[in-house]
Design a protein around this ligand. Structure first.
Ligand code: PLP
Length: 459
């Protein structure tokens, strides 16, 4: 197909208009599956825009699974079954080692200390300390002002329509999952989880006696063929940035999951822990945004986008579960600090949150690019880098037969800490060991030094 006439106007970025127009043509079946789309150059000529504009639009459609790219053939509409739903617009690592000589630590669970908005945060805390609210226990579901700000943010950045009343704040993702398990345990006995996946969640499900059914993660995210075989009616997933592989679950699989949850009276627990950090496309709309009031329990955290030590996380509960939550926990006190909750609410109210996210996205983009290019220069074709377009860490595989423990030990001997991933698997581990390298709290110079030391260690 060489002709694709779209009407563009001046009021919003052109790439967004192209993306939205093609997406709705696909969703409305006006563009059928396997239809060949104009090339990036052809579409740019038709629409009188730059090639970069059409490229960015196509990359977003690709990342969300609406289209596919075939080598030397071009772009095609991807096949998937639609359901009648509304898609809104988006405006343990433990190793006992000698650690005294660590020069570069590629730890993932941290944020950039130097970029922390200390002044703005201090101003907000000073104000909040004068408010009556911080001298009390606070609301059971969490500070209502913060819940309101979170609801606004979710609409703006994740396309989720919710209200403060449906949001529950907690001190961590694991703590919220524990509360959820107490409620869900009455009706469900097993849960499907991604394999590999977030061990922190899996441990909670096991602790509460759920049978955990691992579903392999393949190139397109959760393996739906395996998933169809499971008799679990609950699934825990990280669809926007799969932990740890970084894969984005395509729209076809997202729709399939929503349909499954409706038909099974089951629930999808969507962990959207670091969706703010996509470096090449817009953030992918959350699963919950595809079908409002669906059987999706949405969970997110301030640990990645802001600060892990703040211990603030939240979930959006479907109405049925919200009622049960209120009944169950009415006599429990809120677990997150009221001072931090109200300070975060003021921080968001003043606009500091949005500018912080924008700044951090640019900062982390520079760091991840440095890490990836340095690794490519140092290891050439012998390295495979996974998940370099989003998140706060990457995975690497080296073409040698050395095991995970040895690679970590060799790196330590050069003063570098890198992290394992084998504990994230249930059952068989990958044939080639995979290591995790975080970069968020490292300077550009430290990243470069770290890679040089890794080169010494591994070649
Ligand atoms: C997938 C995933 N969800 C949640 C979290 C942690 O969230 P929190 O700090 O709110 O407990 C992590 C931490 O690494 C994670 O990897």
């Amino acid at each position: 197909m060489k002709e694709l006439m779209l009407h563009l106007h001046e009021n919003s970025p052109k790439y967004k208009q192209i993306y939205h127009s093609i997406r709705s043509l696909i969703e409305n079946k006006e563009l059928h599956s396997d239809t060949k789309l104009p090339s990036i150059r052809q579409l740019a000529e038709i629409l009188h825009v730059s090639r970069n504009t059409t490229l960015v639009a196509y990359e977003q459609l690709l990342a969300e699974g609406y289209i596919r790219s075939e080598q030397k053939r071009g772009y095609f509409v991807e096949a998937f079954e639609t359901i009648d739903i509304h898609i809104p617009t988006l405006h343990a690592e433990k190793y006992i080692t000698e650690e005294n000589n660590i020069r570069v630590d590629f730890r993932a669970g941290s944020v950039d200390q130097h970029a922390f908005p200390l002044k703005a945060w201090r101003q907000c805390v000073n104000e909040v300390l004068k408010e009556d609210i911080v001298y009390m226990y606070g609301e059971q579901q969490g500070d209502s002002l913060l819940r309101e700000k979170i609801a606004n943010y979710l609409l703006q950045s994740r396309g989720i329509r919710t209200s403060a009343d449906s949001i529950v704040i907690g001190s961590s993702t694991q703590q919220l999952l524990m509360h959820l398990c107490i409620i869900l345990k009455k009706e469900y006995s097993s849960i499907a989880v991604e394999n590999p996946g977030y061990d922190g969640a899996r441990i909670v499900f096991q602790l509460f006696g759920f049978q955990v059914n691992p579903i392999d993660v393949i190139e397109k995210g959760l393996c739906m063929k395996q998933f169809e075989q499971t008799d679990s009616k609950l699934v825990y997933i990280t669809p926007s940035h799969q932990f740890p592989t970084g894969v984005t679950l395509p729209i076809a699989e997202r729709l399939q999951l929503l349909k499954w949850a409706n038909s099974q009276n089951g629930y999808i627990i969507e962990d959207d822990y670091d969706s703010e950090f996509r470096y090449q496309q817009q953030p992918i709309p959350a699963l919950l945004s595809i079908q409002q009031d669906s059987r999706v329990i949405y969970i997110s955290t301030f640990s990645k986008a802001f600060l892990p030590s703040i211990r603030l996380s939240y979930m959006v509960l479907p109405s049925e579960l919200l009622d049960q939550y209120k009944q169950h926990f009415a006599t429990f006190e809120q677990t997150a600090s009221s001072i931090h909750q109200r300070t975060m609410a003021r921080f968001m109210e003043r606009g500091h949150w949005d500018s912080h996210i924008r700044k951090m996205r640019a900062t982390y983009k520079r760091k991840i690019q440095t890490l990836v290019t340095s690794l490519q220069l140092a290891f050439g074709k012998t390295i495979r880098i996974i998940g370099s377009h989003s998140g706060l860490y990457i995975l690497i595989q080296l073409q040698n037969s050395v095991g995970e423990k040895t690679l970590i030990q060799q790196a330590l001997e050069q003063g570098v800490k890198v992290y394992p991933t084998s504990h994230l698997y249930i059952g068989n581990k990958p044939d080639v060991s995979m290591l995790k390298l975080g970069f968020s709290n490292l300077s550009i110079e430290d990243i470069q030094l770290g890679v040089q030391l890794l080169k010494k260690a591994w070649t």
